[in-house]
Design a protein around this ligand. Structure first.
Ligand code: GCU
Length: 600
């Protein structure tokens, strides 16, 4: 009986490990990039997947079939199809596809020489929105969600020599999706982030966590985990600059928890110090750079490393500077975050979905704290259990990928969601899930404002007792109200927590000038910024803001000819990279705030 129990436990543990494999810090591993020219076929009727009776076709495009002789009928051919550079979004890679929503098939070959005792994984940084991935004509699996990474173990399926990958990508907006059918950003479809082969030994370090123990400055704790549940394996944790060389041994799940005494220099926007950390198994080293810091709230203050901090932020969409389309490159991150730093920011709200890993790592290097968010946005289907499972999986994957990034201080679970009991239950479950996974960061969400009575607006959201920071979006003076109202509006935020303005803003066409009360002028936007910042600065508990938004961005909801032309014009920088007057209003305010908090 004991033997059976043992094997059942081993099997369960293995299943657990196999399902939860995370490939933590994929860029620190032995990778072969599969970026580059991929063939693609546009397939608006999913003809490559279904037969004419709408049954799945066993000989779909994923077979990458070729006519064997001159009488063969094959009505597609990846080899003669057009090519597209991957990663990209098809909307900006091919102007005929700018408005296209539907299916596009992608295909490429790669050569491989299997190494004895090695495993091989196929990794995607993100595919928007629904991806079916095939290797050599066989389905590897499917991934739903446009902004989180996924991978497949192809060790037993990859062939010696030439192999081919086919990816069926569909970006149809669906009511039960996350996000749902309505959003104020372009629905960029495609393989939008890096694609890589990852090679590892049979047993390797797949996951780890290295951080300051919550509430302490003299102990580093966490764990290192193998992909297989092997007990008694030796591992090493090295942090040379702290004189740490810790020998670890795995438990029966293949995990080695640790706690070491150390007093690292703390990471902060002013001193973005990171330490080289090496995790070693059987002579193979997985290296990362770790930022050590503490973040907490105390009454109405946010404390970074025990000191009150004002979040001098800006919201950012993952839209490439100058070229538009999905940002996916290190240089995109450097430009976007460089503008934020130039404005005096110490914080960025990466809206409304997890951004690519370059953005988070570059923010950490530059000294920018990060708000990271899942696209539980507007009218999500709160009653649908599949929708909840999708949202929770995206939350899980966001936390798993970035849990070692000290710069990330806030996980956000929603944006501007309408009140209902079902919505509250949905969001409370997400908060509970996030806290259970990671008790070291703050949880928030972008709420909406409540009623205004006698010139005082209240915040009244049941979620106030579940989040650490009361964050809300308010567009007084743009969506409702007049600029004048900003001079007299009062705020009733009846919670003993910091409050954060996750969005305010106004549209302005760069270069359009006029009176302060003329919509779409830079003067109107600048005046709204000036009056809004002064308004909140008078309210007790004002702990920061991330105005909407750093750069103009494409949106299908912005049709005003000559002004919007499918751009949301609330950027403080135009889509050509030209700063508007509001940029300097915000920069000036942040300069004052930086001095005010410097000696707190
Ligand atoms: C909302 C929403 C943003 C949107 C913005 C706007 O607050 O959160 O995604 O782009 O307002 O209307 O410009």
């Amino acid at each position: 009986m004991r033997t059976l129990t043992f094997f059942l436990l081993l099997f369960a543990a293995f299943q657990l490990q196999a399902d939860e494999l995370t490939l933590q810090n994929v860029y620190g591993r032995e990778v072969t990039s599969l970026n580059g020219q991929w063939s693609y076929i546009i397939d608006p009727f999913n003809n490559g997947y279904y037969d004419y009776r709408l049954n799945p076709n066993p000989n779909g495009f994923f077979k990458n079939a070729k006519a064997k002789n001159k009488s063969d009928l094959v009505e597609y051919n990846f080899d003669t199809a057009d090519k597209m550079f991957i990663p990209s979004d098809w909307n900006t890679a091919n102007e005929q596809l700018f408005f296209y929503e539907g299916t596009v098939w992608f295909q490429r070959y790669f050569n491989h020489t299997p190494q004895p005792g090695k495993k091989l994984f196929l990794y995607f940084g993100a595919v928007n929105y629904d991806a079916r991935v095939y290797l050599n004509g066989e389905l590897l699996g499917r991934h739903i969600g446009g902004f989180t990474s996924f991978h497949f173990d192809i060790t037993d399926r990859v062939k010696e020599g030439e192999n081919f990958i086919v990816v069926m990508v569909n970006n149809d907006r669906i009511p039960e999706g996350v996000p749902t059918v309505n959003a104020d950003w372009w629905n960029y479809g495609g393989i939008t982030r890096d694609v890589m082969l990852v090679e590892e030994p049979e047993t390797f370090i797949d996951d780890y966590l290295v951080k300051l123990e919550k509430g302490r400055y003299d102990r580093i704790s966490g764990y290192v985990r193998l992909n297989n549940p092997i007990e008694g394996e030796s591992l090493e944790l090295l942090i040379p600059e702290l004189g740490i060389r810790e020998r670890l041994t795995t438990d029966h799940t293949g995990k080695a928890p640790f706690t070491v005494k150390a007093k690292p220099e703390l990471w902060s926007p002013e001193t973005p110090k990171t330490y080289e950390v090496s995790l070693i198994h059987e002579g193979k080293s997985l290296n990362d750079r770790i930022a050590f810091r503490q973040i907490e709230v105390k009454g109405k203050e946010i404390l970074l490393n025990g000191k009150p901090v004002f979040l001098r932020g800006i919201s950012i969409h993952e839209e490439a500077p100058f070229r538009q389309g999905r940002a996916s490159r290190p240089e995109d991150a450097k430009v976007l975050l460089g503008w934020a730093k130039e404005m005096g920011c110490n914080f960025v709200r990466l809206a409304h979905y997890p951004h690519n890993e370059y953005m988070v790592r570059e923010a950490e290097r530059m000294g920018l704290m990060v708000w990271s968010e899942i696209p539980v946005y507007w009218t999500i289907h709160w009653e649908n259990s599949d929708t909840y499972a999708n949202a929770e999986k995206q939350l899980n994957d966001m936390i798993e990928r970035d849990k070692n990034r000290g710069a990330v201080i806030i996980w956000s679970i929603a944006n501007e969601t309408p009140h209902s009991d079902a919505r509250d239950r949905f969001l409370i479950s997400l908060v509970d899930y996030a806290r259970a996974k990671d008790n070291s960061r703050l949880i928030s969400m972008a709420m909406e404002v409540g009623r205004t009575t006698n010139g005082v607006t209240e915040i009244n959201d049941l979620m106030h007792s579940y989040v650490d920071i009361i964050s809300f979006n308010s567009y007084l003076g743009w969506y409702g109200g007049k600029l004048e109202d900003l001079k007299t509006r009062g705020w009733n935020i009846p919670y003993d927590k910091p409050f954060f303005i996750s969005e305010f803003g106004a549209g302005a066409l760069q270069g359009k000038h006029g009176d302060k009360d003329e919509r779409w002028t830079e003067e109107y936007q600048a005046e709204l910024y000036d009056l809004t910042l002064k308004m909140y600065d008078k309210v007790d508990g004002f702990a920061g803001t991330s105005p909407w938004i750093l750069v103009d961005f494409y949106s299908p909801r912005r049709q005003l000819p000559g002004i919007q032309d499918f751009f949301n014009r609330k950027g403080v920088i135009s889509s050509e990279g030209i700063k508007k007057k509001a940029f300097f209003v915000l920069k000036d305010f942040y300069s004052k705030k930086e001095k005010e908090y410097r000696n707190r």
